[in-house]
Design a protein around this ligand. Sequence first.
Ligand code: ADP
Ligand code: MG
Length: 727
Amino acid sequence: MANLRFKALEFVNSRQPILPVLPSNKVSDYYGSNVYGIDAMKATISAENIKKVLTAIEKGEKIDMQLADAVAAGMKAWAMDKGVTHYTHWFQPLTGTTAEKHDAFFEPTEGGKAIEKFRSSALVQQEPDASSFPNGGIRNTFEARGYTAWDPSSPAFVIENGNTKTLCIPTIFVSYTGESLDYKTPLLKSLGQLDKSATAVAQLFDTNVTKVSTTLGPEQEYFLVDSALYNARPDLVMSGRTVFGHAPARGQQLEDHYFGTISPRVHNFMVDFEIEAQKLGIPVRTRHNEVAPSQFEVAPQFEEINLSVDHNLLLMDIMNKVGERHGLKVLFHEKPFAGVNGSGKHNNWSLCTNTGVNLLAPSSKPKENLVFLTFFVNVIRAVYEHADLLRASIASASNDHRLGANEAPPAIISVFIGSELSRVLDEFEKSAKVEINKGDNMYMKLGLNKIPSILLDNTDRNRTSPFAFTGNKFEFRAVGSSANSANAMTVLNTIVADQLFKFKRDVEAEIKKGTKKEVAIADVLRKAIKDSKKIRFEGNGYSDEWAKEAEKRGLSNVKTTAHALEFYVTKKSTKLFIDNGVYSERELHARHEIMLEDYTKKIQIESRIMGDLALNHIIPTAIAYQNKLITNYKGLKDIGLKAPETVLALINDITTHIDAINKNVENMVEARKTANNIEDAAKKAVAYCDDVKKFFDPIRYAVDKLELIVDDEDWPLVKYREMLFLR
Ligand code: ADP
Ligand code: MG
């Protein structure tokens, strides 16, 4: 093993830079060139058909077979022109990655010949033999069929892989009985619901609003490691994180990495993947170093959320592939290294009307600020009502390492809005009856006229909040870097949709009683502000005081996934999902089970790799080194010299650590056996969380101590300092 480590290090030092080849000096020349977008459509299908497709997408209507035929023919012509030979339905099964099954365009014909075909039926629907994707018991073998169905709202694209090109068609993935088996289907359902409710509320102010879209800008954090070093770390390969490794002499304490100069090697990689992304119409614009050494961020411009989620997944995929070319492994795990910051995916989220208004942007016109306040307050109210569910939506084995680790948002859900808006809400809540006959005075009295200038100039920043308002959008920061954003966004959309429906209902009830519309809105908002006050927190979310204060307020602090997930299936959540048509009870339970199983499997894998490395790599190394010390000690004595006491102490220390490792691994394996016998998925996950995982820290502690003792020449695992400071 030590041999492998040194070979890898030698290899890293001999790497030559790989320079990206810019297709053109102007991004606009190649931006979107691999997407079947409007230009490609114009070149391949009639104007009339384009109009039909766009209307169907806009209104969320079905596309009939005739139209699908025309689109399929157009897509095929465009793709073949680009040298595409295969097509695939591209979908998002609950394994967290994307899936593809490639089919060739050509079909054999009589006489040993072939013809290129792509029928509308192949565009619209496929039946991948997908029986081994997780389904939470929904698909028994007799109904093991899963179907993928075209999502026309996300355009088809071409993926280049070496010399071959594949046409990818974004699809949903459902069971034979219609239950969703992916992330996209519930996301689309939640979006439909949010559109309906937000449009209804927006129409209280402006009847021209006929559609509200949700926007998302996900900031993606990641680590880079040289792939030779990555391959020499079995824990990274198996579990995505290092289970052992002593902190390097220099970590992030110098704070010199954040926004620092990007090294040429990393820069080449970034430019290269950005080119690929831009060809696919992914609007990546921002790149910079992050806080931890070898940690980086890429942020695209925000887009409609369904497209944005697809783009984020595609981007992660591209980064992996381009990374390979540069000898780099991209780590999306939330906490690949202990002792330095972990990675998140800040989900910037907002609502936008068909009239082009960002509903979460305060305006310079006082009157319009009631619109802003309406949506702003209702989001806060929704988060308050379903904080536990929102917490569950970001739960995963890997994100557990990050949340509440004094570097990332805590597991306590709270909302940060900044001092200015806090003041506005406080005033709004206090002001008694509103005089309505004085026109704009109402808003003046509430102090709303002061929002714009102040807000636009200095939006408060509070990096410790899991859910922060940042000027014209909410930023859900607790989402994990490896997560499919759709999971958290489906929950956020659903709770906000539900809240907006209730708001509309309450306002209408007031109006029916004869209250003037603006007063009714103000009254209902005031109540919402009051009701949801507890969720607002402006202080330091990392502090112990906050944990105490939150407890006093009755806010939950659920630290682990195994315990957080149960909030998916409470009576309240079940009703929410069913009422809004996002999940049926069966779908919800299936999903819950899949998430639990995923958690259990991840901890199981980590536990196994830990045991394996500790027993088969670390202990033998430690014993070998201990023998060297013993030989040295004896040798000195043999020739009549005094052996240093420290040598004896080291020999003893090694024994102590080896014993600790042995004992804890043994107990961990026993705990695993017990847990494995538990039938119930929820109880099993809890057993892994509470009974198995607790051995991770003591094992790691002993191993990391040994790393400090054993001769560097003998140590089998690539060290933190070797991985974290990229050359
Ligand atoms: P930060 O300081 O947090 O990096 P930025 O202004 O750079 O903030 O924006 C971060 C992300 O938020 C970007 O992806 C940006 O496109 C996105 N964003 C900006 N406005 C909106 C919006 N209205 N809806 C959704 N995302 C938005
Ligand atoms: Mg941000």
